[in-house]
Write a protein that binds this ligand. Sequence first.
Ligand code: PLP
Length: 455
Amino acid sequence: MAPMTATASTDWSFSSPEGEEHYRKALQAYPAQVIVDLAAIRDNMRRLVDVVNREGGRTDVMGVVKADAYGHGLLPVALASLAGGATWLGVAQAREALLLRRAGIDADRAHVLTWVNNPLQAPYRELIDLDVDLSVATLTAIDCIAQAAREAGKPARVHVKVDTGFGRNGFTLEQLPAAIERLRPLVQDGTFELVGQWSHLAVADAPDNPDFVRQTDLQVERFERFTEELAAAGLTPRIRHLANTAATLGRPELHYDLVRPGVALYGYEADPAMGTPSQYGLRPAMTLQAQLSSVKDVRAGEGLSYGRVYVTDRDTSVAIVPVGYADGIHRSASGFDEAGARHVDHAGGPLRLMTTQGPMLARVSGRVCMDQFIIDLHGSAQDLGVRIGDTVELFGPGRGEAFAEPTADDWARAADTISYEIFTCLRNRVPRLYLHAYDVLDGRDLAMLEPDSLL
Ligand SMILES: *Cc1c(COP(=O)(O)O)cnc(C)c1O
């Protein structure tokens, strides 16, 4: 039997010899890969659909796929979430709404809502032509959308955004009368189809903080106030929606007609304070892996990387992982040690490698550089069986203690941020590859995707 090496640690289930060939090509193209399990995306969406329909109600689920589906890839994730039962797709930027429609996800298949733009320049005419739902949160947007709808010769589908306490987008209660005055004639004469009333929650991810729970309750009270004031003016949106992942999972009474989970679709809870993904029946979909570009022995007392913030405490081996902050690896996940010149103890981002003794957790040792970082193996690479070209896993689904597999939450902790930022920061020069596409999608959907990206 061949000696076990880290290369043997990733054992992907390819759909076909072509899939395996695509994987091989990706390794030649770049020494790191993002692998997204589309079955996990579909199953997470199924789970969310179950969660909101438990009480026999009828609540729709929007797959929030903004920011290139949180870095996972817009189209494959959009299609997998539709396969899991989503009936809506949500994006911040108009550009992504247009990409979804132009790719062939038409209005019969999914509603698409977009909510961020410069209203003076936004491509409202094309959005209306392509049946994209539009958020209105300013008087300027109302005017611009009305103009575009007249040009299009068909009603704009609008969702009135109300600011219930997030302090970001939406009409405040004070602004509402002016908004109503502007909206009412447009709804009455059919320029606008008033589809939704919506808002966003600020602190629904902190169920153990009574102040924050009260703040969410207050946001809900205000949300209802907005509904009453709109109704008093003869404006009755067909649906209302408020819940993000945190409220979808933790506040069933806030589901209304539609929920908008984002991070749960990717297999994460909104905040580790809410528990682990598996407690909610969710599975992280993304794995980030890389191939070691160098392995060598170094003496005790050697500084690793810029600034000598990490100094080896014994004769050891180090390996280079060829991804850095230009790939989206946070520099704040650098690993400092007490022996270092800065005398700061800060554990670097974790990763899993395979050794002859089984899986081992290593950490970023020293500063993350632009294109690479170093790991101290705390032992001899030869004894450990760690070799150049071995595949190491920065994070993955988190398959339990024995597997020593970090998750994006672990990276978030090391980088002092949230899982959301860990995956959305990953640059597109790291290839995205898709697992289980053939199990999840039909031929028509598969044809919309980059063939080389399918494993
Ligand atoms: C990003 C976003 C969501 C999804 O938030 P998660 O915390 O990822 O579930 C929902 N609604 C709006 C308006 C958003 O911007």
